[in-house]
Design a protein around this ligand. Sequence first.
Ligand code: AMP
Ligand code: GLY
Length: 423
Amino acid sequence: MRILVVGSGGREHAIVRSLVRSPAEPELLCAPGNAGIATDARCLAIDGGVAAVVAAAVAESCDLVIVGPEAPLVDGLVDALEAAGVPAFGPSAEAARLEGSKVHAKALMAEAGVPTAGHAVLRSRTEALEHLSCASYPAVLKADGLAAGKGVIICATEAEARAAVETFFVERRFGATEVVLEEYLEGEELSLLALCDGENVVPLAPAQDYKRIFDGDRGPNTGGMGSYSPVPGFDAGRIEEIADTVHRPIVELLRRRGTPFHGVLYAGLMLTAGGPRVLEFNARFGDPETQAVLPRLTTDLLDLCLASREPGGLAGAEAAFADDWDVTVVLASAGYPESSSSGDPITGLDRVPEDVEVTHAGTARSGGGLVTAGGRVLSVTGRGATPGEARERAYAAAELIEFEGKQMRTDIAARAVQTAAAG
Ligand code: AMP
Ligand code: GLY
C-alpha cells in the first residue's frame, strides 16, 4: 500500500513515524516533507497546492492521501482527490469550514447546543466600535478566516479592543471581513482530538498545548511550543463525556445537513468553572499535540484512517493508548514567532538517545549538514512511566541539540508533574 502524507511540519513527521510502525508496512511518500521526514519517507518536491498534490497522487497511484495542514483542506484538497479517484483522509471543504470560518463554527455550535463562549459577529468597523463600548473586559476578538493561530487578540481594555478593530477592519492584516467578539473565558486549556467517519466519534488521548512563546504563558501566541499527553484528571469516562457534549453533536449536525465530517475533529477547550467550553474547532491533527499523542497510540493509525473514510466505518472501533506519558518540547529559531531564522547549523542530534523521538519541522540540508529553515525547527518527545520521567527525558535531549538563537520553553508539563505528584 502506498500512502502520501501532505505537509512539512512536526505533525506530518509524527504521522509518518506512526505509519512506519504500522503492521501493514506501507510505502510512505510525503509532499513536500522536510529534511527529517526524508529519512522516513520519499519526499516529493511539489508545492502543497490542490492541483499539484492531486497530479502527484494520481501519477504515483497512491492508495491513500493523509492531509496534515488546514489550508489545503479548506481549499478542497480532499474533494479533489476523491473526485480523481484517490482515497483521501480528512474533511471535505464544506466540513472543514468548521475551522476555516469562526463565524460559521459559532453558528454550528449554537445550532448543535455545544457549550462555547458568548459572542457577537462584527461585520464592519462601525458595528464593531458600537459593540465595544458595551462589552465587558477582557474581551477576545477573532478574525473570521484561517490565520495560522495569529488572528486572535485578547484585549484587556476597550482601548486595546479599539486598536484591534483597526488591525482587523482598516489594516486588514488577517484578510477577514468579519470578526467575532467573544467573552473571555478563564481556566486551563485542553485539546481533545477525535477521529470521525461522518457518524461515529472515536476520541484520541487528551493533550495540553502551550501556545505562548515564553514560560508562564507570556509573550505572543505561536503555532505551539510544546505539549504533553495524557492530561491528569481526564480518564476515559471524562473524555467520553466531553465527546458527548462537544464532538458528537457537531458530527450529528453535519451528518443531518448532508455535509458529513470525516477525519480529525480537534476541539480546543477551556476548562472553566462551569464546565468545558469550546474555544475553537480545527479540522485536522494538532501541532505539536500530534507529536505527544501518536507515539502512545497502540492501535494501527492506518486502519483508523482508512475506517474514517467510510460512512460508519469506525463503528465499534477504539483508539487504544499506552499507559506511558509523552512530553514534547518544541525548539524554535531566533525571532520566532514574529520572524524566523534560516541556515543556522544544527548540532547534537546524534547524541539524542534512541528512545527520544525527534520530529523535524523547519529543517533543511546544506553542504551535508542540517540547518534551520523556519520558525519551529524540531520537536523533542520524551516518554516515561510518569509525567516527571517523560519531562526529564525530553529536556535532557532538548539540551543536547544546539543551534544559534535556539528558543524553547522550560515549563512544558511542569504543572502535570506537580498534579501527578499531588494526586
Ligand atoms: P483560538 O485560535 O480560537 O483557539 O485562540 C487561540 C488562543 O487564544 C487559545 O488557545 C486561547 O489561549 C486564547 N483564547 C481564544 N479564545 C478565548 C476566550 N474566549 N477566552 C480566553 N482565551 C481565549
Ligand atoms: N496546537 C494548535 C494547533 O494545532 O492549532
